[in-house]
Design a protein around this ligand. Structure first.
Ligand SMILES: Cc1cc2nc3c(=O)[nH]c(=O)nc-3n(C[C@H](O)[C@H](O)[C@H](O)COP(=O)(O)OP(=O)(O)OC[C@H]3O[C@@H](n4cnc5c(N)ncnc54)[C@H](O)[C@@H]3O)c2cc1C
Length: 609
């Protein structure tokens, strides 16, 4: 890793944050040996650390200061005033180095609405090549096909040769098989590859795991491989925090970004200049923080913290979105596999020994299964008339362009409203979690699986803002879950549908213990009970986005369709902050695709200068 002294030569580009998006951009820009690129990353390089590399050890990363920024929300009024944890990767590779590795693709209508919201060129077909570019997708084995089907897997789409390895597990078991059959029996059966942008039903998504080594494939291992690290025109400085962007405000109406101020591990402050651009990639909670600390944000807030106003744009840090997830755990019958067995140190040791000896076993795999559905409730798919009736009750609050876009998706019979996940162990939800680990470590003696209900496109919007002019003070993330009452209505209907999935007559229900325990203990068959389940059991699935949205400025935008920050020159944002609408499903694929496209936009603009 670079030393501070290596920073005295001028750089063309400074990338702020060596996370998921930041390393993609740094890699692609430094592919041109005449371009000097600096990455400044607050965290450490943990790229050979077993806790990061071994997929099954992920729980060991959460809440530890050297890996995780570990945000926590204020009490959420619609969730019984519980606080919600928001883990964020603090290391090279960012959140891709501590995520759950699910590799899921968004739907066509969802990405097309990005373009419809005023972002020319950001439709599904324009982004499709970038969804291929970042990944090398390995074909599923016959063993995987025998258990979970995968008849829809389209080999012709696996033509990318990208740095991120994407593979299917060899350890799918009876619960994954039952999951597929349960949805198929309810008429929700996938026939086309979800990567084509249209899939309703249960399917088996791959994971960002390298099948050759059975290790996590993240932005650090993929985009900052030893070959890339040897590039002399790429400097990566870790354990240094960017405290602000430096602007020249002496010219015309736009402030020109000329570099950044950093604070090194030993507290040294240093200014580094960028001849061409500064690219903010510090993630959806910290990119807005850096903008505000630099004087780009709402005037009142900046003045309150004594920060000179460079661009008055109160949209910075607003428009924040996240996927709410409701977690219901069900005790399994004897013989049904559950990750809860890992509570036994002897089992954990045996599995680690197996992994070390041969790479086999659950330590090198991700066995979560997924389903996409339209709006469903306890009776199955909700009819178009019933959807209209529900929306009509909230008509007066569906007036913004974003709300109208979400409404269109809800009303479309081909689009996704819910994502369901089959998670292999129990989820515990304390009122004030100390970290993400509190959610996933087994505390109860029985063995469980968890069905997760995720609302793909919430109407509610949250925010993230500084509370101090000091970069060391974490900004405050206010998700405002269910602030829009429709979200609670929708989530509760999604929870009602879970009763269909776990009924004793279904293949999945047949693997649960008859009369066994459930968390929470109440059934979600009735709408009121389902709402109570949301209040007790909704958390975040860690997909914060949209806090520096790519939208027309008068509609809440912070960046334009080339990701340039309004009111500035030579400053862009490239990370999940720019999403105008939350993608369907888990979002790392969209972060990679957006960053790949951003690198092309930056290169085009450079060529035109
Ligand atoms: C626990 C968890 C599980 C998840 N599971 C999945 C999953 O299974 N599948 C999926 O698709 N998605 C998943 N996600 C979401 C996905 O990983 C993230 O949305 C994505 O990685 C975010 O990428 P990013 O580039 O926007 O930010 P990040 O990858 O978080 O990068 C931001 C980087 O900026 C650095 N930084 C911040 N502030 C500063 C500063 N001032 N100076 C210098 N550096 C700074 C950070 O340390 C970090 O390295 C998960 C996320 C989490 C947290």
């Amino acid at each position: 890793m670079a030393r501070v002294e290596a920073l005295d030569q001028p750089f063309d580009y400074i990338v702020v944050g060596g996370g998921t998006a930041g390393l993609v951009v740094a890699n692609r820009l430094s592919g041109d040996r005449d371009v000097r690129v600096l990455v400044v990353e607050a965290g450490v390089d943990h790229s050979v650390d077993p806790l990061v590399r071994v997929p099954g050890l992920v729980a060991g990363l959460y809440g530890k200061d050297e890996y995780d920024w570990n945000f926590c929300s204020p009490p959420q009024p619609t969730l019984n005033n519980r606080r919600i944890n928001q883990s964020r990767g603090k290391m090279l590779g960012g959140s891709s180095a501590l995520n759950f590795m699910m590799l899921v693709y968004p739907s066509k209508g969802n990405i097309d609405s990005w373009a419809a919201l005023g972002n020319a060129g950001w439709d599904f077909s324009s982004l499709a090549p970038y969804f291929r570019k970042f990944a090398t997708v390995h074909a599923p084995s016959q063993m995987a096909r025998d258990v979970v089907g995968l008849t829809y897997h389209n080999e012709s789409l696996a033509n990318g040769a990208g740095p991120i390895h994407v593979s299917f597990s060899e350890g799918y078991g009876s619960t994954n098989k039952a999951w597929m059959k349960t949805f198929a029996d309810l008429g929700l059966d996938v026939s086309t590859d979800p990567r084509e942008g249209q899939a309703l039903g249960a399917f088996q998504q791959p994971a960002s795991i390298d099948p050759a080594t059975k290790t996590r494939s993240d932005a650090a291992s993929g985009y900052y491989s030893p070959d890339v690290a040897r590039r002399t025109n790429l400097v990566v400085l870790t354990e240094a925090v960017v405290s602000k962007v430096i602007f020249d405000t002496t010219g015309g109406s736009d402030a020109v970004a000329t570099g950044v101020e950093i604070i090194t591990k030993d507290g040294q402050k240093k200014e580094i200049s960028a001849r061409t651009e500064v690219i903010l990639a510090a993630g959806a909670l910290q990119t807005p923080q850096i903008l505000e600390l630099s004087g780009v944000g709402g005037r009142d807030l900046l003045e309150k913290h004594g920060i000179p106003v460079v661009v008055d744009n109160p949209n910075v840090g607003e428009h924040m979105q996240d996927h709410p997830v409701v977690c219901q755990s069900f005790e399994v019958a004897e013989g049904t596999p559950s990750g809860d067995v890992l509570r036994d140190p002897a089992v954990l040791k045996a599995l680690l020994d197996m992994y070390q000896a041969s790479g086999d076993g659950p330590m090198g795999q991700s066995n979560i299964s997924i389903a996409y559905t339209p709006l469903v409730d306890g009776s199955g798919v909700v009819s178009p008339e019933a959807i209209k009736e529900l929306l009509a009750q909230h008509e007066c609050s569906l007036t913004t362009p974003a709300a109208k876009a979400v409404r269109r998706l809800l009303e479309s019979p081909d689009e996704v409203t819910f994502q369901y996940l089959l998670f292999p162990s129990q989820i515990h939800i304390p009122d004030t979690p100390k970290s993400m680990a509190d959610y996933i470590l087994p505390v109860l003696p029985e063995n469980y699986i968890t069905v997760m209900t995720i609302l793909n496109q919430p109407f509610s919007r949250g925010s993230v803002h500084i509370t101090s002019g000091d970069v060391a003070a974490k900004p405050v993330w206010k998700p405002n879950y269910n602030a829009h009452p429709l979200d609670m209505e929708l989530l509760a209907r999604g929870v009602q549908f879970v009763e269909r999935l776990v009924a004793p007559s279904t293949p999945l229900g047949g693997l649960l213990k008859a009369g066994g325990k459930r968390l929470p203990e109440i059934s979600g068959a009735g709408l009121d009970e389902a709402k109570e389940i949301v209040r007790r059991r909704q958390i975040s699935i860690f997909h914060v986005s949209g806090s520096c949205a790519m939208l027309p400025r008068e509609q809440g935008g912070v960046v334009d369709e080339r990701l340039r920050v309004y009111g500035t020159k030579r400053l862009r944002v490239v990370d999940a902050s720019i999403f105008p609408l939350e993608p369907v499903g888990n979002i790392q694929s969209t972060v990679y695709a957006v960053a790949e496209r951003a690198a092309d936009l930056i290169k085009q603009d450079r060529a035109e200068v």
